[in-house]
Design a binder for this molecule. Sequence first.
Ligand code: UDP
Length: 310
Amino acid sequence: MAAGHSVVVLDNLSYGHRESIPKDVPFVEADMADSVKVRAALRDYKIELVMHFAALINVGESVHQPERYHENNVVRTFALLDAMIAEGVKKFVFSSTCATFGVPDKMPMSENLPQKPINPYGQNKLDVELKLRQLAREGKISFAAFRYFNAAGASADGSIGEDHQPETHLIPLAIAAALGRRPALKVFGTDYPTPDGTCLRDYVHVDDLSSAHIAVFDKLKETGLAFFYNLGIGVPYSVEDILKSVERVTGKPVPREYVERREGDPPALYADATKVRKELGWKPKYDTLDAIVSTAVRWHTLHPQGFSKR
Ligand code: UDP
């Protein structure tokens, strides 16, 4: 909207929140695999480009519920693509993930590393990437796939932030523990081959993810084009670094407990973001951990119960 585009949101609200959608943005309540409703929405609103964010996102859960993850993340995405193609909508932006690479041999991670996911979530996203390549080759669509690293933070004005049920992500859990709203944070694994023994990740602010999506629009001019970008800041932070940042920003200690590794977690994942910076002129606004964490702390302070129960 702010970038001059008209936006329509389609969501089945299984995890999304109606309150997160601005009042002046049209909203269609539907599943992405409901071809009747999706096709009607594509037609009625004369949609030119679809951005796909609808997925189950918990790596740990995906290990225990692989069929559910495949059905939601792959099968239903293919149904959405079928509906788009049937309606002649040819531009697609896909939220992929660094988890498609598995445990990479090289760090930082560039786009041309081999993709060998080690969990069903990463495999789901790779399955969709492969399908998109095929559809582009056939001249049916053009697309960009952004392989997100760790999406983090909240809108600067504190109006939109994370509200997952159940919450499994590090930053919201650490903030809740510091604010005394949850029990001690469990640190998953202290014996990784990293400087302090905890996992390294690349945390990127949601507004910066968003600006890359907007910047790619102009590249999707004709069908048959395929773009892949690793989307992270390129600076690795450990779980301990995150906890220290939450302590600095809140001024309170994060009670913690050291436990076993979580299944499916690679030791280190951080981006070589050269390509996205060069080709899209992408420049993250939030380039320090404390700046990112501050926005999340603001959201959680203003909305102790998340979206609906203020
Ligand atoms: N993590 C942790 N305790 C938690 C949640 C996460 O130690 O309660 C670690 C997790 O092992 C990973 C990092 O924090 O190394 C980020 O995990 P998160 O679930 O936020 O994102 P993911 O990397 O799985 O996308």
